[in-house]
Design a protein around this ligand. Structure first.
Ligand SMILES: Nc1ncnc2c1ncn2[C@@H]1O[C@H](COP(=O)(O)OP(=O)(O)OP(=O)(O)O)[C@@H](O)[C@H]1O
Length: 272
């Protein structure tokens, strides 16, 4: 058991190279239990690379990732899910031909004691309690994310905003203690963004999940994050409360190379 108050996640001097490309250089940060922590930065800054190092998709060239105090740098992705790390993807990764319900059930299979095939035999053997409890929990997630009306629809037929919500449901179905959200608001209209922000806050406050989020929408980041880390060209250039980060001259300089609306977004997010 990790001690109370200890960070749930720590990246220690993480560097990641792809041939000559330095995606991350010597990045260290900690996420506290119960926090909403966001990573921001211009395009190509290394945000997704960092999340991939945490989820196990990439292995850092140097440095370590700790979860609950344990070094997980070499733990394979599927085992990280079992440890309590869930994620959503920037580009949706749903099974388009499968129903919403089945997509969410897939998210839970590692929680079944017996895996999929032995689970079927178990079911045929008449002992169904585990499967029933499993379905009940999935229904709870469906209710929470208000997707009852589409539970039987093939995921591929849904509008984009709803597919993002189903993908969140699938990640939540893992019952993660830490959930990694890669651009949860991307491509959404204002109303969909507001809904998504509310679901993320509820997951954090009511379901007790620690949230690590990458998001380009500055307004959302500043509204719901307790702390923010800024990457630029693979290096950490700032970390702190939203207000401190927005006022940081390094951050503003990093964004000045970006489109005008990003800088305007920063200004509009500034506390008045
Ligand atoms: N699999 C890969 N192979 C080669 N280079 C990669 C790979 N993944 C990322 N990179 C490079 O690493 C750098 C950081 O990319 P990354 O996708 O982590 O940035 P990002 O901050 O998430 O960007 P965006 O906001 O555009 O999604 C970029 O130069 C990118 O081209």
């Amino acid at each position: 058991m990790a001690e109370a108050g200890a960070p749930i996640l720590a990246a220690e001097q993480v560097s990641l190279r792809f041939g000559g490309v330095r995606a991350l250089t010597d990045v260290s940060f900690q996420v506290n239990r119960g926090e909403v922590f966001s990573i921001i930065g211009p395009n190509g800054a290394g945000k997704t690379s960092m999340v991939n190092c945490i989820s196990g998709r990439y292995r850092p060239t140097e440095g370590a990732i700790r979860f609950d105090g344990a070094d997980i740098t070499r733990v394979p992705t599927r085992r990280r899910a079992g440890l309590g790390i869930g994620r959503t993807f920037q580009n949706l990764a749903l099974f388009g031909h499968m129903s919403v319900l089945d997509n969410i059930m897939v998210g839970r299979h590692h929680l079944l004691r017996r895996g999929f095939l032995p689970g079927m035999i178990y079911w045929l053997g008449g002992a169904q309690d585990e499967e029933i409890a499993h379905r009940r929990e999935v229904e709870e997630i469906i209710d929470f994310l208000e997707i009852q009306h589409i539970r039987k629809a093939p995921a591929g037929t849904l509008p984009y905003g709803l597919r993002k919500r189903v993908e969140l449901a699938r990640a939540v179905a893992l019952k993660p203690r830490l959930i990694l959200l890669d651009e949860p608001m991307a491509g959404m209209n204002l109303e969909e963004k507001e809904d998504m922000a509310r679901y993320i806050l509820d997951l954090n406050e009511e379901w007790g999940m620690t949230v690590l989020m990458i998001e380009h929408d500055m307004g959302v980041v500043m509204d719901i994050s307790q702390r923010v880390m800024v990457l630029d060209f693979g290096r950490k250039i700032a970390e702190g409360t939203p207000e401190a980060v927005l006022a940081d001259p390094h951050v503003r300089r990093a964004y000045l190379g970006e489109a005008d609306e990003v800088v305007r977004d920063i200004d509009e997010s500034m506390p008045v």
